[in-house]
Design a protein around this ligand. Structure first.
Ligand SMILES: NC(=O)c1ccc[n+]([C@@H]2O[C@H](COP(=O)([O-])OP(=O)(O)OC[C@H]3O[C@@H](n4cnc5c(N)ncnc54)[C@H](O)[C@@H]3O)[C@@H](O)[C@H]2O)c1
Length: 150
């Protein structure tokens, strides 16, 4: 199982999956937080890969490392949870009547939307090759965490 994020919502999701006996590959920008989280989890059930979802090559490297880990552990990729998110709240017009700065908008969209789609885009070819376990043909799940920020 694939989870993106080492804190907040992602962290809670990881704990929940592990309590059900799952395995998680954790992708997050925050190396210190990610490694610390792995230390708290049952040994061998979680591995951290540093990843900036706004950087396609960074995702590619984390995906490659994760797939190797999954292969070595003899498990299958079971799903993708894209939950990296940032927020730079702004009103369309500020108190002086001036429009918000697009740099903040681009920053949020690049991580919350483009980053989530890029992660799914790069993992999906691998998920579609997983052998379905049940007769409904399901190969795994994809969860996209949304945000009022984007
Ligand atoms: N917390 C909630 O109740 C809630 C509810 C609905 C939606 N959301 C949305 O979910 C998202 C996360 O919320 P949260 O409260 O868990 O936030 P959080 O700040 O606790 O966690 C954000 C995580 O994303 C990681 N991150 C940031 N930029 C990254 C990047 N470029 N590449 C990889 N990782 C990156 C951070 O290192 C951090 O671990 C946000 O978009 C938020 O709006 C949260």
């Amino acid at each position: 199982m694939y989870v993106n994020r080492a804190s907040g919502l992602g962290r809670a999701t990881i704990r929940n999956l592990l309590s059900a006996g799952g395995y998680v590959s954790i992708l997050d920008m925050n190396e210190e937080g990610g490694q610390a989280l792995v230390q708290e989890l049952p040994e061998g059930h979680a591995k951290f890969f540093q990843c900036d979802v706004s950087d396609t090559e960074s995702i590619a490297q984390a995906v490659s490392g994760s797939l190797s880990w999954i292969k070595d552990s003899g498990k299958e990729l079971g799903g993708i949870i894209a939950a990296a998110g940032v927020s730079t709240p702004a009103k369309i017009l500020d108190k002086h009547g001036d429009p918000f700065d697009l740099r903040g908008f681009d920053f949020v969209m690049n991580i919350n939307v483009r980053g989530s789609i890029d992660l799914v885009r790069q993992l999906l070819p691998h998920l579609t090759r997983v052998e379905p376990e049940k007769e409904d043909g399901e190969r795994g799940v994809i969860v996209l965490v949304s945000s009022s920020a984007a």
